[in-house]
Structure formats: C-alpha cells, structure tokens
Design a protein around this ligand. Sequence first.
Ligand SMILES: Nc1nc2c(c(=O)[nH]1)N[C@@H](CN(C=O)c1ccc(C(=O)N[C@@H](CCC(=O)O)C(=O)O)cc1)CN2
Length: 314
Amino acid sequence: MTNVIDGNAVADGIRADLEDCVDTLDNAGVTPGLATVLVGDDPASETYVSMKQRDCEEVGMNGIHVELDGDAAPDELYDTIDDLNDDSSVHGYLVQDPVPDQIDYREVIRRIDPAKDVDGFHPENVGRLVAGDARFKPCTPHGVQKLLDAADVDPEGKDVTIVGRSRIVGKPLANLLMQKTDGGNATVTVCHSRTQDLAEKTRRADIVVAAVGAPELVDGSMLSEGTTVIDVGVNRVDADTDEQRSSSSQNSSSSDDTEKGYELVGDVEFDSAKEKASAITPVPGGVGPMTRAMLLYNTVKAASQQEDVDVSLP
Ligand SMILES: Nc1nc2c(c(=O)[nH]1)N[C@@H](CN(C=O)c1ccc(C(=O)N[C@@H](CCC(=O)O)C(=O)O)cc1)CN2
C-alpha cells in the first residue's frame, strides 16, 4: 500500500507545538510578529499571503499585511522594507515572490535585515545554510525534511533526485539533504532544464523531489518501484469539465474547482506515480501546508532570538 503523506496533518502537529512556544513567549510579554508584503495582485500570491495571515491568527501571532500596487516604484518597496527593519514588533517578514518586473527581487532580499529574513533568502542566510550553520532553513525545503521524517523516510545513504534548481527550493534543499546531519547524509542529484535523460536520473533515485513548476512532468514511467515521491509543484491549470472529471484521478478536481475555473495539480502525475511509489505527497495537501507551517516556525525562532527568550522548537 502506498503511503499518501498528509501534509495538512503534519502541519497541524507542528502548529500545535508552535502554539506552546507562542505561550512561552507570551509569558515573557512577547507576541511574535510576522509581516507579509505583497506587491501587485497575482491571484496565487494573494491566496498564499492570506493563508499565512490566517495561520498567524490561529497560533496567536501578530500578523501584519502590507500591500503595494503592481506599478509601485522600487523605492516605495524599499521604504516599506526599511520600516519593517526598524519596527521591533515585527520579528520576521517576507516579500511574496514573484514581484512585478520593475522590481529586482535580489535587491529586495539584500535590503531585508537578515535577522528578520524568515524566508531564509538573504545572502548572509544562504551562506550560513551552505556552511551548515543555518539561522533560518528556507520554509519549503525544511517542510520537505519534516515530511520525510513524518513518513519515516531517512535520507541517509539514499539517492535523491531533485527536479528543479530554484533559489527557493532546489538549491537549498540539495544543500540540506547533503549535510552531515540528521535529515541529511543523502547523495543528491539536481536536475534542470538542460539535464539530459531526466527519466534515467529519476528512475535511479530512492527519493524524487519534483520542484520545477511544470504540471505533471514526472509520471510513473519515470519512477522505480518503492520510490518516495515529494511533489513541491502547486500549478493552477484549467478545471476539468464534468466528463473529464468522471474518468480522471482521485487526486484531481472537485466542483469547487470548476467554479474557480482552475484546479491545482503538482509536478507529478499522481495516479501513475502512486502505482510505483511507496510514499507520495498529494497536491493540494502535501508540501504547501508545510511551507506555511515552517514559516511560523522561523517566525517563532526569530522572536526567540531577538527577545532572548528560550523556546523548545519542534
Ligand atoms: N516569499 C516567498 N515567496 C514564495 C514562496 C516562499 O516560500 N516565500 N513560496 C512559493 C509559494 N508559497 C509560499 O509563499 C506557497 C505555496 C503553496 C502553499 C499552499 O498552502 N498550498 C496549498 C494550496 C493552496 C491553494 O488553494 O491555492 C496546498 O498545496 O495544499 C503555501 C505557500 C512561491 N513564492
């Protein structure tokens, strides 16, 4: 039987543990503060930041949301960043990616105070991660490690193939999985758009992580029996019609999707991959909720560091 790893349940457990940390901080007179900054009106980004704000409320953190117009000048965003850097009630913040073309996201990241960079994207934090001394593990890679742990899959000694070399997922995840620590010690292959014979690299892996943003790129024919499959992609595609849906996957659209006009699919073709996998994450309900849970984790860690209050992080 394939283990379909329930990301919502694992994230719920982490949030429950973080509530204890929030209580500890509260007893010391500290409310962890997380700010989200959204530039423009990308619908998926709007969904993610509102979920992040709702998560804050649920665990008793202070959520602050700042929205700028899609045509905002870079200086307007830099002023917002300066204000958040100076605001002691904000322990962590992020600028939702992507940003509109007139803004250089790398420059944005460089301006964020590294101590408040709960995404872990600032060059200082990237350097610390690579050096094996992470201040904040980036949320999605950290979430993937926690999901593997929850599914009792130890990467030690395993061949891991990561499909995708993004700054947010592929690169930091490769670094974390190869480190000489618990949750690491894997042999990691990173594939990308110029990789030749991708299927050969995925077939030889014990663990495949698909993080490329290409709907259903990885299917069962590209996997060996017993592989653990982690699907990071959250892609919005046109909703199936009723006729298509009646003959399609158990992990696909509902009538809600038809109303919204899109459905969410991963980078993995779920049904055929599930036939081969020993464990697999679904989309939605796999890695996405973990990304959000680990953002709360980093915010609690930031508050604990800045306010000098010890907490026992999960
Ligand atoms: N500043 C950042 N920008 C972006 C990040 C990031 O970590 N920091 N990651 C992605 C998007 N992302 C986080 O912001 C994200 C993606 C998906 C989910 C999620 O909960 N997905 C749900 C489905 C949600 C839906 O209904 O659409 C799921 O998979 O079950 C949360 C966060 C890019 N930008």
